[in-house]
Design a protein around this ligand. Structure first.
Ligand code: PLP
Length: 463
């Protein structure tokens, strides 16, 4: 029987709306987003009201009865959505911005509207196929071997957690080598997976804030001498603090020599490989046994989406589960059940937005946008150097990040200046600590940022 042969009457959809109401609210939501996207230059880069006033505005009695949707919509717009870091603002330079692109937003909306699920092949063949395609596109962009497997997850933290869990399941206990510049989420992943302090080697980074092969080599030798088993090296392809890239070829050579797993955290920096300059600096990244990407950063996707690319045959032995109630939703070799590749069973499709935006804009536009940010960060460094009586460049422009200090200013003074700039709403910048010294830091990855934005932000930080 054709599904259209099912005729009403259906029960009244008390948790739905009639078509006119859906359109009215839906179009209002689209208009609100487009208005935000068109005007974001002139809105605050960050806003953060105190908990008391936000809870007073958004809280109140449990809404037992219907409340007018217009009033709730306005409350969300003016209290909830306004009060956040606007990572898509052209002068949002803190931590890692989130300059999401409109086609990706549309892809996300479609997925939500159709309540997509990508847990099993039979239960979500379409979204799963999109995920396979997107994973393979990302694999090609990262120049990894054709048989690489992958999964989309909520972000970089989750991608690395998934990789480490799978490697541990395959290889058992052993020592892991990382640096004091490795992202904090990785140490957290290792600890939460039960690695003891005795297995964790957080090595001091060198003057360029990278993990040297020499440091790892020495630590491996020391561990072997005391009978411990080296297991994994974690390299960073673009650190959050400075954008520094570890010597990937040298670390890959070392891993080959000692048969260690090489996990590379490219959550921040890997997309730079799309550009000629970035590919040169990231040489060796394609030798990773597993690679973390974070498309909600420099691949211009709305939150959330991370990606793990990994050698074949490692995820499923760790994550496979086929209980009796899931037997009829199992695919096959060419039709994977993504629930068996990671921690999530019910999982939404994070692939639709990537697929739709990569196709809509084409890779060349992504490449140009990334290249432009690398230029702009070099411009920021040049501007600081031109004003060297006032500014010191602490770490040079490295794929989108530059760290600097106001001559004679203390760490507290840097923090005060960054905070007061953020409070002004004009721009958002933060400090970080490098070798014990608190410095200012800009992360510039938004293709809408201009040179004038950079100059004005630096001038205001120095005023
Ligand atoms: C290098 C690096 N790794 C991992 C992460 C964690 O990513 P997520 O916040 O998406 O979990 C970040 C976040 O900024 C990062 O910069």
């Amino acid at each position: 029987m054709n599904s259209k042969d099912h005729n009403p009457p259906y029960p009244a959809d008390t948790l739905g709306m009639d078509a006119d109401e859906m359109r009215r609210l839906g179009y209002a939501a689209v208009d609100a987003v487009i208005e935000h996207l068109e005007n974001k230059h002139s809105e605050a880069a960050i806003a953060c009201e105190d908990p008391e006033s936000l809870l007073a505005a958004l809280g109140g009695a449990l809404p037992e009865n219907p409340q007018p949707s217009e009033a709730s919509f306005d409350l969300l717009m003016h209290s909830a959505l306004r009060n956040q870091q606007h990572g898509d603002h052209p002068r949002y330079f803190a931590r890692v911005p989130g300059p999401s692109s409109f086609a990706a937003i549309i892809g996300e909306w479609l997925g939500v509207g159709f309540n997509t699920i990508a847990a099993s092949w039979p239960g979500g063949a379409g979204p799963s196929a999109v995920e396979l395609v997107v994973i393979d596109w990302l694999r090609q962009l990262m120049d990894l071997p054709e048989d690489t497997e992958g999964i989309l997850v909520s972000g970089g933290s989750q991608a690395s957690l998934t990789a480490i869990a799978a490697v541990r399941a395959c290889r058992g206990q052993g020592c892991v080598y990382l640096s004091d510049q490795t992202h904090a989420s990785i140490l957290r992943a290792l600890r939460s997976l039960g690695f003891s302090d005795n297995e964790l080697r957080v090595l001091e980074s060198d003057a360029d804030h990278t993990l040297t092969a020499k440091a790892v080599q020495n630590a491996i030798a020391a561990d072997k001498q005391t009978g411990l088993k080296p297991m994994m090296v974690i390299a960073t392809a673009g650190s959050t603090n400075t954008g520094a890239i570890d010597p990937l070829h040298e670390l890959a050579d070392l891993c080959e020599e000692h048969r260690l797993w090489l996990h590379i955290d490219g959550a921040y920096g890997a997309p730079a490989a799309l550009t000629q300059r970035g590919a040169g600096r990231l040489a060796g990244m394609s030798r990773a046994d597993s690679l973390t990407l974070d498309p909600h950063k420099w691949f211009f996707q709305p939150y959330d989406v991370g990606c793990l690319l990994i050698r074949p045959g490692v995820l499923e032995p760790c994550f496979n589960m086929n209980p009796e109630y899931l037997k009829d939703v199992s695919g096959g070799d060419d039709a994977p059940d993504f629930r068996n590749r990671g921690f999530e069973l019910t999982r939404r499709s994070r692939a639709l937005k990537l697929w739709f935006s990569l196709r809509t804009y084409g890779i060349a536009k992504f490449r140009d946008a990334i290249d432009y940010s690398i230029d702009l960060t070099e411009f920021a460094e040049d501007y600081l150097r031109q004003n060297s009586q006032r500014w010191e460049v602490v770490t040079p422009a490295q794929i989108g990040i530059v760290c600097f200090a106001l001559r004679g200013a203390s760490g507290d003074e840097h923090e005060r200046r960054a905070n007061s700039l953020s409070e002004s709403g004009f721009a958002c910048a933060t400090t970080t600590k490098l070798k014990g010294r608190t410095v200012l830091r800009l992360c510039i990855i938004n293709p809408l940022t201009t040179k004038a934005d950079i100059v004005e932000t630096i001038d205001r930080l120095g005023a």
